[in-house]
Design a protein around this ligand. Sequence first.
Ligand code: SAH
Length: 295
Amino acid sequence: MRKYDDYHKSVMVEEVLKFLITKDDGIYVDCTAGEGGHIKAIYEKTNGKAKIIAVDVDYEVLEIAEDRIKEITNKIEFFKASYKDIDIVLHGLGIKKVDGFLMDLGVSTFQLKGENRGFTFMKNEPLDMRMDPDSDFTAWTVINEYPEEELSKIIFEYGEEFKFARRIARYIVNSRPINTTFELVEVIKKALPPKERYRRKRHFATRTFQAIRIEVNREFDNIRTALEKFPEFLNTGGRICIISFHSLEDKIVKNFFRSNEKLKLLTKKPILPTDEEIKSNPRARSARIRVAERI
Ligand code: SAH
C-alpha cells in the first residue's frame, strides 16, 4: 500500500469548496473522483452532512480513493462510469436533482505513476494511455494506424505543438510499428531539431503525449457531452465547477457556460491558483476554475 505522501495532491481545494458548496446537506457529484482528495475536502467542509457521489472511469483509482477515505465511505456512493454517462448514474440511484457537479480534468498522479498504463514518457511501457481500462482503444492504435494528416492535426490541436506537429506525425508514420513509450520518445526526439529540444522548459515529448492521451480518451467530446447533461439535474442555485488544464478544455467550458440559458456565469474571468500553490504543487500550474449557477 502506498504512503499517504504519495497521494495525488488535489488542486485549488479552497476555491472549489468556496464555489461548489451552497449548503451542507446538499448532494454533490464529483465526476472525476480520482484519489478522493476533493471528496474528502467536501465531506469535511459540510461536516459530514453532504451526500457525495463519486464517479471515475478508472476502477484502479477508485479502489485507492475508497481505501484512502474509508472512514467516511458510508456517506459516499462510488461509481465506475464515465462522466459522459452521468445521467445513467443518477437515474440508477433514483436521484433527480443535485446541488453541484465538480470536474477536475486531466490525469491523476496514480495514472502517471501506475504500472503499465503508458501515460508517461518517464517509464518504458506499452503504448496504452486508456483512462478506462475497459475500453479497447489504446494509444497503440492512434500511433500505428492513424493516417499522417490526422495525427498531425491531433498533435497540432490537442498538443498545441504548433510548429513541429507535421514533422512529428511524419516521423511517427515512417517509424511504424512503434510499440512502447520509449520508442515513441525516440521518434519525437529525432523529429525535433536539437536546438528546439534543449530550449523547452518541459520535456520535449510532453505535448505529443498529451495530444495522444486526449485522443485516446476522447476527452473533449466527453466533456461536451457531460456539460450538456448537468443543467437538467441541478437544483436552482446549484453549481457546476470545472477545473481545466488545457486551453481548449477551458474554451469548451467557457463557451458552454456563456451560451446555456439555464446557467448564470459566476466567474467572468477564470480563477487561477495562487503562486504559493503553484510552488508547492506543480500540477496546479495550468489549472483554472470556471463556475456557473443554475437559474
Ligand atoms: N479530484 C481528484 C483528482 C482527479 S484526477 C482528487 O482530488 O484526487 C482526474 C480523474 O479523472 C482521473 O482519476 C481520471 O481517471 C478521471 N477521468 C478521466 N476521464 C474521465 C471520464 N470520462 N469520466 C470519469 N472520470 C474520468
